[in-house]
Design a protein around this ligand. Structure first.
Ligand code: ADP
Ligand code: MG
Length: 279
């Protein structure tokens, strides 16, 4: 296959100032490019953002604006063929700009956890829930098998799974969608991450269960100071949890707002249009 040797040159240098100490996420001029017909398509075209320790930041934006690819790039989970470049990219103070994707998840260790819209994409259908949680403890905390099982049951209890000892022996298909998402949050919290990136974590859930899931993310913040980058197309969800909101459009952050401003009337024409379209 023919393809251009490198992605197109980056746009002019980022004007965003260096983040203060205590940033858990620091992203400068992040680009994600895919080769196409000997050229490149660049769905993430220079994203810069910071998440400070313990802060909850939302990302909103229309479908296709590059929200998910931004998250996947930070977590080292980009699809095959994607090329990531950035002027700076750090998680919990560790610069990961030059770490190749295949090594990134290991390099990130316990600092970052991700929660996706559909828990079934992350759960092994053939493995008991308790075992899947226990494996995280064995891998990241070096727990013994018995200790890991105890921790698994504890995390299930933390995320309000009833009868956690019994449910630990069940398989993913035996859980409701809402319970599976709570399990995923329990799993994300297992290794004590500094930051959780949640990509549309409540989108597939009904409103009551949405509230439970958001409550768990807030709880992690209150109890452990876990920072949150919450991606959602649902402004009400973001407003209920986040301190400030980034609006993405066309692969860039076009506006950054306090939540009160988001609801009162943002300046950027795109943000106004986005809000006007929300029922
Ligand atoms: P969002 O999460 O904001 O809806 P995404 O980050 O998933 O948007 O995708 C942004 C754009 O990148 C989309 O327009 C999509 O077509 C493109 N894209 C996503 N994945 C791939 C891929 N594997 N190859 C080529 N283009 C992709
Ligand atoms: Mg998405």
């Amino acid at each position: 296959a023919t393809r251009a040797p490198v992605p197109p040159a980056a746009p002019p240098p980022a004007v965003a100032p260096p983040g203060p100490d205590g940033d858990v996420l620091r992203v400068r001029e992040l680009r994600v490019a895919f080769p196409r017909d000997g050229s490149w398509t660049v769905p993430v075209a220079g994203v810069s953002l910071d998440v400070r320790d313990g802060e909850a930041v939302g990302i909103v934006g229309e479908s296709g604006s590059g929200k998910s690819l931004t998250a996947l790039a930070v977590a080292g989970l980009l699809p095959q063929g994607a090329v990531r470049t950035a002027a700076a990219l750090s998680v919990a103070g560790q610069e990961i700009c030059d770490v190749p994707d295949r090594s990134l998840r290991r390099a990130l260790g316990t600092d970052l956890a991700m929660v996706f819209q559909d828990p079934l994409t992350s759960l092994n259908p053939a493995l008991r829930i308790g075992r899947q949680l226990a494996e995280v403890a064995e891998e990241h905390l070096g727990s013994s098998r018995a200790d890991a099982h105890e921790r698994a049951v504890d995390r299930l209890r933390d995320v309000a799974i009833p009868d956690p000892h019994r449910r630990a022996r069940r398989y993913p298909h035996e859980f409701s969608g809402g319970m599976r998402q709570r399990v995923m949050i329990g799993m994300a919290l297992m290794a004590g991450p500094r930051v959780i990136i949640a990509d549309e974590p409540t989108t597939a859930l009904d409103v009551t269960v949405q509230r439970q899931v958001l409550r768990l993310l807030q709880q992690a913040r209150e109890d452990h100071g876990t920072a949150l980058l919450l991606i959602s197309h649902d402004l009400a969800v973001v407003a209920s949890v986040c301190d400030r909101v980034l609006v993405m459009y066309g692969g860039r952050v076009v506006e950054e707002l306090p939540v009160s401003t988001l609801l009162a009337g943002p300046a950027h024409p795109y943000s106004r249009a986005l809000l006007a379209s929300v029922p």
